[in-house]
Write a protein that binds this ligand. Structure first.
Ligand code: 2XP
Ligand code: FE2
Length: 299
Protein backbone atom coordinates (compact mmCIF):
# COMPACT_ATOMS: atom_id res chain seq x y z
CA UNK A 1 0.00 0.00 0.00
CA UNK A 2 1.33 3.44 -0.93
CA UNK A 3 2.08 5.73 1.98
CA UNK A 4 -0.80 8.03 2.80
CA UNK A 5 -0.33 11.76 3.01
CA UNK A 6 -1.89 15.04 4.00
CA UNK A 7 -2.34 16.65 0.60
CA UNK A 8 -3.75 19.97 1.80
CA UNK A 9 -4.60 21.85 4.96
CA UNK A 10 -6.93 24.83 5.16
CA UNK A 11 -8.12 27.37 7.64
CA UNK A 12 -11.81 27.00 6.77
CA UNK A 13 -14.03 29.20 8.96
CA UNK A 14 -17.67 28.27 9.56
CA UNK A 15 -19.88 31.36 9.96
CA UNK A 16 -23.39 30.07 9.15
CA UNK A 17 -23.84 33.36 7.24
CA UNK A 18 -21.69 32.02 4.41
CA UNK A 19 -24.02 29.06 3.86
CA UNK A 20 -27.06 31.29 4.22
CA UNK A 21 -25.72 33.70 1.57
CA UNK A 22 -24.80 30.82 -0.77
CA UNK A 23 -28.36 29.39 -0.85
CA UNK A 24 -27.57 25.69 -1.17
CA UNK A 25 -30.69 23.50 -1.49
CA UNK A 26 -30.01 21.92 1.93
CA UNK A 27 -30.50 25.21 3.81
CA UNK A 28 -34.06 26.42 4.51
CA UNK A 29 -33.54 30.21 4.92
CA UNK A 30 -32.79 32.05 1.68
CA UNK A 31 -30.66 35.17 1.17
CA UNK A 32 -30.21 37.75 -1.56
CA UNK A 33 -26.42 38.05 -1.26
CA UNK A 34 -23.76 38.67 1.34
CA UNK A 35 -20.15 38.18 2.51
CA UNK A 36 -19.03 37.79 -1.12
CA UNK A 37 -15.29 38.24 -0.57
CA UNK A 38 -15.21 35.25 1.76
CA UNK A 39 -17.48 33.20 -0.48
CA UNK A 40 -15.38 34.01 -3.54
CA UNK A 41 -12.38 32.98 -1.43
CA UNK A 42 -13.96 29.59 -0.80
CA UNK A 43 -14.69 29.39 -4.54
CA UNK A 44 -10.98 29.80 -5.28
CA UNK A 45 -10.10 27.26 -2.61
CA UNK A 46 -12.45 24.75 -4.26
CA UNK A 47 -10.90 25.44 -7.65
CA UNK A 48 -7.42 24.66 -6.29
CA UNK A 49 -8.72 21.59 -4.49
CA UNK A 50 -10.33 20.28 -7.67
CA UNK A 51 -6.83 19.91 -9.13
CA UNK A 52 -5.70 17.37 -6.54
CA UNK A 53 -6.81 13.84 -5.76
CA UNK A 54 -7.95 13.14 -2.25
CA UNK A 55 -9.95 10.49 -0.40
CA UNK A 56 -11.16 12.12 2.79
CA UNK A 57 -11.68 15.43 4.62
CA UNK A 58 -10.62 15.62 8.27
CA UNK A 59 -12.13 18.50 10.21
CA UNK A 60 -11.45 19.81 13.72
CA UNK A 61 -14.38 21.86 15.00
CA UNK A 62 -14.81 24.31 17.91
CA UNK A 63 -18.53 23.55 18.06
CA UNK A 64 -18.27 19.92 19.05
CA UNK A 65 -17.19 20.54 22.59
CA UNK A 66 -16.07 17.59 24.68
CA UNK A 67 -14.66 18.36 28.09
CA UNK A 68 -13.35 14.84 28.73
CA UNK A 69 -10.88 14.10 25.98
CA UNK A 70 -11.05 14.31 22.20
CA UNK A 71 -13.89 12.47 20.44
CA UNK A 72 -14.26 11.21 16.87
CA UNK A 73 -17.45 10.51 14.93
CA UNK A 74 -17.64 6.72 14.80
CA UNK A 75 -20.82 5.99 12.80
CA UNK A 76 -20.65 5.60 9.00
CA UNK A 77 -23.62 7.78 8.07
CA UNK A 78 -25.50 10.72 9.57
CA UNK A 79 -28.63 12.38 8.25
CA UNK A 80 -30.58 15.04 10.13
CA UNK A 81 -31.34 18.75 10.48
CA UNK A 82 -28.71 21.09 11.95
CA UNK A 83 -29.99 24.36 13.42
CA UNK A 84 -27.54 27.01 14.55
CA UNK A 85 -28.35 27.79 18.20
CA UNK A 86 -27.43 31.48 17.82
CA UNK A 87 -28.65 32.02 14.24
CA UNK A 88 -31.67 29.73 13.72
CA UNK A 89 -32.92 32.37 11.25
CA UNK A 90 -29.90 31.75 9.00
CA UNK A 91 -29.01 28.11 9.34
CA UNK A 92 -31.44 25.19 9.19
CA UNK A 93 -29.42 22.74 7.17
CA UNK A 94 -30.44 19.24 6.09
CA UNK A 95 -27.25 17.22 6.12
CA UNK A 96 -26.55 13.77 4.81
CA UNK A 97 -22.93 12.77 5.23
CA UNK A 98 -20.59 9.80 5.31
CA UNK A 99 -17.82 9.22 7.82
CA UNK A 100 -14.54 7.40 7.21
CA UNK A 101 -14.83 5.43 10.44
CA UNK A 102 -11.74 3.36 9.68
CA UNK A 103 -9.53 6.45 9.51
CA UNK A 104 -11.25 8.01 12.53
CA UNK A 105 -10.44 4.86 14.51
CA UNK A 106 -6.85 4.95 13.28
CA UNK A 107 -6.40 8.57 14.49
CA UNK A 108 -8.13 7.62 17.74
CA UNK A 109 -5.72 4.71 18.26
CA UNK A 110 -2.61 6.74 17.40
CA UNK A 111 -3.73 9.48 19.78
CA UNK A 112 -4.40 7.00 22.55
CA UNK A 113 -0.98 5.50 22.12
CA UNK A 114 0.48 9.02 22.44
CA UNK A 115 -1.25 9.33 25.83
CA UNK A 116 -4.27 11.48 24.89
CA UNK A 117 -7.71 10.83 26.37
CA UNK A 118 -9.88 9.84 23.38
CA UNK A 119 -13.26 8.32 22.60
CA UNK A 120 -15.16 7.09 19.54
CA UNK A 121 -18.67 8.56 19.36
CA UNK A 122 -20.99 5.66 18.47
CA UNK A 123 -24.45 7.19 18.98
CA UNK A 124 -26.29 6.93 15.61
CA UNK A 125 -28.72 9.71 16.67
CA UNK A 126 -25.95 12.19 17.47
CA UNK A 127 -26.44 15.65 15.92
CA UNK A 128 -23.29 16.56 14.01
CA UNK A 129 -22.08 20.05 15.00
CA UNK A 130 -22.54 22.99 12.64
CA UNK A 131 -18.83 23.87 12.54
CA UNK A 132 -18.05 20.48 11.00
CA UNK A 133 -21.00 20.77 8.60
CA UNK A 134 -20.33 24.33 7.41
CA UNK A 135 -16.58 24.00 6.82
CA UNK A 136 -17.08 20.65 5.08
CA UNK A 137 -19.86 22.01 2.88
CA UNK A 138 -18.01 25.16 1.83
CA UNK A 139 -14.93 23.09 0.97
CA UNK A 140 -16.80 20.30 -0.82
CA UNK A 141 -20.47 21.19 -1.50
CA UNK A 142 -21.06 17.92 -3.38
CA UNK A 143 -20.37 15.94 -0.19
CA UNK A 144 -18.89 13.20 -2.37
CA UNK A 145 -16.03 12.47 0.06
CA UNK A 146 -16.32 10.99 3.54
CA UNK A 147 -15.25 13.08 6.50
CA UNK A 148 -13.53 12.48 9.81
CA UNK A 149 -14.80 14.87 12.48
CA UNK A 150 -12.70 15.62 15.56
CA UNK A 151 -14.09 17.35 18.64
CA UNK A 152 -12.54 20.22 20.55
CA UNK A 153 -11.45 19.27 24.03
CA UNK A 154 -11.76 22.92 25.13
CA UNK A 155 -8.63 22.64 27.25
CA UNK A 156 -7.96 26.41 26.94
CA UNK A 157 -11.06 27.02 29.05
CA UNK A 158 -10.90 23.93 31.22
CA UNK A 159 -7.16 24.03 31.98
CA UNK A 160 -5.13 26.71 30.22
CA UNK A 161 -3.80 27.66 26.81
CA UNK A 162 -0.50 25.84 27.27
CA UNK A 163 -2.30 22.55 27.92
CA UNK A 164 -4.34 23.13 24.77
CA UNK A 165 -1.20 23.78 22.73
CA UNK A 166 0.56 20.66 24.02
CA UNK A 167 -2.45 18.45 23.37
CA UNK A 168 -2.98 19.80 19.86
CA UNK A 169 0.66 19.11 18.98
CA UNK A 170 0.16 15.49 20.08
CA UNK A 171 -3.17 15.25 18.26
CA UNK A 172 -1.72 16.77 15.09
CA UNK A 173 1.25 14.41 15.08
CA UNK A 174 -1.07 11.45 15.72
CA UNK A 175 -3.31 12.58 12.86
CA UNK A 176 -0.36 12.75 10.53
CA UNK A 177 0.94 9.31 11.52
CA UNK A 178 -2.49 7.75 11.12
CA UNK A 179 -2.98 9.29 7.68
CA UNK A 180 0.45 8.10 6.54
CA UNK A 181 -0.22 4.54 7.70
CA UNK A 182 -3.71 4.54 6.15
CA UNK A 183 -2.46 4.92 2.57
CA UNK A 184 -5.09 7.64 2.08
CA UNK A 185 -4.82 11.18 0.78
CA UNK A 186 -6.38 13.56 3.29
CA UNK A 187 -7.44 17.20 3.25
CA UNK A 188 -7.45 18.84 6.69
CA UNK A 189 -9.74 21.67 7.81
CA UNK A 190 -9.29 23.91 10.81
CA UNK A 191 -12.88 25.07 11.22
CA UNK A 192 -12.49 28.44 12.93
CA UNK A 193 -12.46 32.21 12.67
CA UNK A 194 -9.45 34.30 13.70
CA UNK A 195 -10.50 37.28 15.87
CA UNK A 196 -13.90 36.52 17.31
CA UNK A 197 -15.57 39.53 18.89
CA UNK A 198 -19.20 39.50 17.76
CA UNK A 199 -21.66 42.30 17.14
CA UNK A 200 -24.33 42.26 19.84
CA UNK A 201 -27.20 43.24 17.54
CA UNK A 202 -28.11 41.97 14.09
CA UNK A 203 -29.15 44.08 11.09
CA UNK A 204 -32.78 43.79 10.11
CA UNK A 205 -31.65 42.24 6.82
CA UNK A 206 -28.76 39.98 7.89
CA UNK A 207 -27.10 40.20 4.47
CA UNK A 208 -27.15 44.03 4.45
CA UNK A 209 -23.45 44.55 3.79
CA UNK A 210 -23.59 48.24 4.65
CA UNK A 211 -23.72 46.99 8.25
CA UNK A 212 -20.80 44.58 8.04
CA UNK A 213 -17.43 45.92 9.16
CA UNK A 214 -14.35 45.27 11.25
CA UNK A 215 -15.29 45.52 14.90
CA UNK A 216 -12.04 46.56 16.47
CA UNK A 217 -8.81 47.86 14.97
CA UNK A 218 -6.60 46.03 17.48
CA UNK A 219 -8.24 42.72 16.59
CA UNK A 220 -7.84 43.48 12.90
CA UNK A 221 -4.12 44.07 13.44
CA UNK A 222 -3.84 40.68 15.11
CA UNK A 223 -5.60 39.00 12.17
CA UNK A 224 -3.20 40.72 9.77
CA UNK A 225 -0.26 39.50 11.84
CA UNK A 226 -1.41 35.86 11.63
CA UNK A 227 -2.09 36.12 7.89
CA UNK A 228 1.26 37.78 7.26
CA UNK A 229 3.10 35.00 9.10
CA UNK A 230 1.18 32.35 7.15
CA UNK A 231 1.92 34.04 3.83
CA UNK A 232 5.60 34.18 4.72
CA UNK A 233 5.73 30.48 5.60
CA UNK A 234 6.19 31.09 9.32
CA UNK A 235 3.81 28.47 10.70
CA UNK A 236 5.98 27.76 13.72
CA UNK A 237 5.76 31.43 14.73
CA UNK A 238 1.96 31.27 14.50
CA UNK A 239 2.06 28.37 16.94
CA UNK A 240 4.36 30.32 19.23
CA UNK A 241 2.23 33.47 19.39
CA UNK A 242 -1.05 31.54 19.61
CA UNK A 243 -1.52 32.07 23.39
CA UNK A 244 -1.16 35.84 23.04
CA UNK A 245 -3.35 35.92 19.93
CA UNK A 246 -6.11 33.99 21.70
CA UNK A 247 -6.05 36.34 24.65
CA UNK A 248 -5.81 39.61 22.72
CA UNK A 249 -8.17 38.78 19.84
CA UNK A 250 -10.57 36.53 21.78
CA UNK A 251 -9.79 34.17 18.96
CA UNK A 252 -11.85 31.11 18.12
CA UNK A 253 -8.50 29.35 17.71
CA UNK A 254 -8.79 28.81 21.49
CA UNK A 255 -10.58 25.60 20.47
CA UNK A 256 -7.27 24.22 19.21
CA UNK A 257 -8.31 23.76 15.57
CA UNK A 258 -5.50 25.86 14.10
CA UNK A 259 -2.83 24.52 16.47
CA UNK A 260 -3.89 21.00 15.45
CA UNK A 261 -3.72 21.88 11.74
CA UNK A 262 -0.24 23.42 11.97
CA UNK A 263 1.09 20.44 13.94
CA UNK A 264 -0.51 17.98 11.48
CA UNK A 265 1.18 19.78 8.59
CA UNK A 266 4.45 19.78 10.56
CA UNK A 267 4.66 23.58 10.52
CA UNK A 268 4.87 24.33 6.79
CA UNK A 269 7.58 26.70 5.64
CA UNK A 270 5.92 27.16 2.24
CA UNK A 271 3.85 30.34 1.95
CA UNK A 272 0.15 29.88 2.60
CA UNK A 273 -2.26 30.78 -0.17
CA UNK A 274 -4.69 33.43 1.04
CA UNK A 275 -8.07 32.99 -0.66
CA UNK A 276 -9.96 35.70 1.17
CA UNK A 277 -10.37 37.65 4.39
CA UNK A 278 -13.51 39.30 5.66
CA UNK A 279 -15.60 40.05 8.70
CA UNK A 280 -18.82 38.27 9.65
CA UNK A 281 -20.80 40.09 12.36
CA UNK A 282 -17.44 41.70 13.11
CA UNK A 283 -15.40 38.50 13.54
CA UNK A 284 -12.23 38.10 11.45
CA UNK A 285 -12.20 35.22 8.98
CA UNK A 286 -9.42 34.07 6.68
CA UNK A 287 -9.84 31.35 4.09
CA UNK A 288 -6.30 30.17 3.44
CA UNK A 289 -4.21 27.07 3.24
CA UNK A 290 -1.28 24.99 2.24
CA UNK A 291 -1.19 22.51 -0.64
CA UNK A 292 2.30 20.98 -0.43
CA UNK A 293 2.09 19.38 -3.89
CA UNK A 294 1.69 22.78 -5.57
CA UNK A 295 4.93 23.89 -3.90
CA UNK A 296 6.74 20.79 -5.16
CA UNK A 297 5.39 21.35 -8.68
CA UNK A 298 6.76 24.89 -8.72
CA UNK A 299 10.32 23.81 -7.83
O1 2XP B 1 -19.82 32.50 16.92
C1 2XP B 1 -19.48 31.52 16.31
O2 2XP B 1 -18.61 30.78 16.74
C2 2XP B 1 -20.12 31.22 15.05
N1 2XP B 1 -19.86 30.19 14.54
C3 2XP B 1 -21.07 32.16 14.44
C4 2XP B 1 -20.72 33.39 13.82
C5 2XP B 1 -19.72 34.03 13.27
C6 2XP B 1 -18.43 33.57 13.33
O3 2XP B 1 -17.44 34.00 12.98
FE1 FE2 C 1 -17.92 29.41 15.54
Amino acid sequence: MAEGQIVAGFLAPHPPHLIYAENPPQNEPKAECGWEVLRWGYERLRKDLSKIDYDVIIVHSPHWQTYVGTHFLGVPHFKSLSVDPVFPNLFRFHYDLNVDVELAEAIHDESKEAGLVVKMMRNPDFRVDYGTIISSHLTNPSWDKPIVSISSNRSTSYYNVDVMQEKMVELGQATRRAVEKSGKRAVLLSSCSLSHRHFTTEAEVPEDMSREHIYHHGQYLWDMKIIDLAKRGCAREIHDIMPEFIEQAISETDAGSLSWLLASLDYPTMPAELYGYGSVIGTGNAVMGWIPETAEAKQ
